[in-house]
Write a protein that binds this ligand. Structure first.
Ligand code: 3PG
Length: 414
């Protein structure tokens, strides 16, 4: 974005794609980390006199899963329904962004329609406006390249230049991330550059021992990254709901815990080939239901009774993981160790986060959930070398995949 600033942006309309996909409780933002991370680039452009039009998504309003919140053990986000739904409106985000910028952020009531055009036309130099959730337009995430390109053309008509700053979404080939960068002069934002810089340290020659902690609910989401990381890491600590597929692969009965039966065989293969590196829970916190006030027990990982489900890693596992983390020189953590949103199942995630914060290792937290956990559990953010705003994006980067929203910037559309 420095190139764009050097060219001069005063009076120009700049479309900034940010990742403002924050967890909400009703209309209250429970963790504003991504909004805060988006501010520096927006502020820089505004201070240089640009008319800043911010584009962002919230959740997955057209079906499928919502924001990947509650990615701990067994907490699968609710399916969403239907067309533009007020609960996916960016209104609360516009308010928060305005507070952080110290200036009102006008929200257009549509994505590229009359309100968006009116907003783009009415911005004064140095002011900031936000388009409504880009995923309200089905072309944003369409499988049809032609449809995405059509929407990108409409985004382009709102602005003179494009800044890609939504690191959390650069792994998505979507209209406001990818196609728009082919029609407007496109620049990488400071957040995207900073994230790539830090994550490159993990894909380069990380200081050893290199310990990776993975959690979250689904093995299926993480298999690719597990396979890519195993040859590179010294130790892989597995918590969260995905641990039960590994425990089942070891031949344990996991009761009613989250289990992806289709992946047990793959987990078994990984344990056979890399068993010396993979550490799975030795004890778990179990309950009969996922609720804040249920009876909770801690049992050995191989002693989960039927009718009970594992919802957090137990204290012996926390100790085991913490020992490994304490000896590490590089740590990457993605995915909560348990359903940390509920107090009885938060200790595992807190323990892992605390161990990382206490270690002197170069530490990177990746993933909306783990980053939110750090803040929601009140851990000091400066205990971590870097808290990434990317979930899937940081994982795909570590897998060595091309990130379309980054790759497109090298096409040199200026
Ligand atoms: C995220 O939450 O990881 C990003 O905002 C991307 O969201 P998505 O997984 O719904 O594309």
């Amino acid at each position: 974005v420095d190139d764009l600033l050097a060219e001069g942006v005063a009076g120009r309309r700049v479309l900034v794609r940010s990742d403002l996909n924050v967890p909400l409780d009703g209309s209250a933002i429970t963790d504003d980390g991504r909004v805060r991370a988006a501010v520096p680039t927006i502020r820089k452009l505004a201070e240089a006199g640009a008319k800043v039009i911010v584009a962002a998504h919230l959740g997955r309003p057209k079906g499928g899963r919502g924001l990947a919140s509650g990615g701990g053990l067994g907490a699968v986000p609710p399916a969403s329904t239907g067309a533009p739904d007020a609960k996916y409106s960016l209104r609360p985000v516009a308010v928060r962004l305005g507070e952080l910028l110290g200036a009102e952020v006008a929200l257009a009531g549509d994505v590229v329609g009359p309100e968006a055009k009116a907003l783009a036309g009415s911005l004064t130099d140095g002011s900031v406006g936000l388009l409504e959730n880009v995923r309200f337009d089905p072309r944003e995430t369409s499988k049809s390249e032609a449809e995405r390109a059509e929407l990108a053309g409409e985004f382009a008509s709102l602005a003179d230049a494009f800044v890609s700053d939504g690191f959390g979404v650069v792994h998505r080939k979507q209209a406001s991330v990818y196609e728009v960068a082919r029609v407007l002069p496109a620049y990488a934002g400071g957040l995207v550059l900073a994230e790539l810089d830090v994550l490159s340290k993990l894909t380069g020659e990380p200081a050893r021992p290199y310990v990776v902690v993975l959690g979250g609910s689904k093995v299926s989401d993480k298999l690719a990254v597990i396979e890519a990381l195993l040859p590179k890491v010294d130790t892989l600590l597995i918590g969260g709901g995905m641990a039960f597929t590994f425990l089942a692969a070891r031949g344990h009965d996991v009761g009613d815990s989250l289990l992806e039966t289709d992946f047990v065989e793959t987990a078994r293969k990984l344990l056979d080939e890399h068993g010396d590196k993979i550490v799975v829970p030795v004890d778990v916190v179990i309950a009969q239901a996922l609720a804040p006030d249920v009876e909770v027990r801690t049992v050995a990982a191989e002693e989960i009774p039927s009718g009970w489900k594992g919802l957090d890693i137990g204290p012996r596992t926390v100790e085991l993981f913490a020992g490994s983390i304490a000896g590490a020189k590089t740590v990457f953590w993605n995915g909560p160790a348990g359903v940390f949103e509920l107090a009885p199942f938060a200790a595992g995630t807190r323990g892992v986060a605390q161990a990382i914060a206490d270690s002197a290792a170069f530490s990177v937290v990746g993933g909306g959930d783990s980053a939110a956990a750090v803040r929601l559990l009140g851990l000091p953010e400066d205990g971590f070398s870097h808290i990434s705003t990317g979930g899937g994006a940081s994982l795909e980067f570590l897998e060595g995949k091309d990130l379309p929203g980054v790759a497109v910037l090298s096409e040199g559309n200026r």
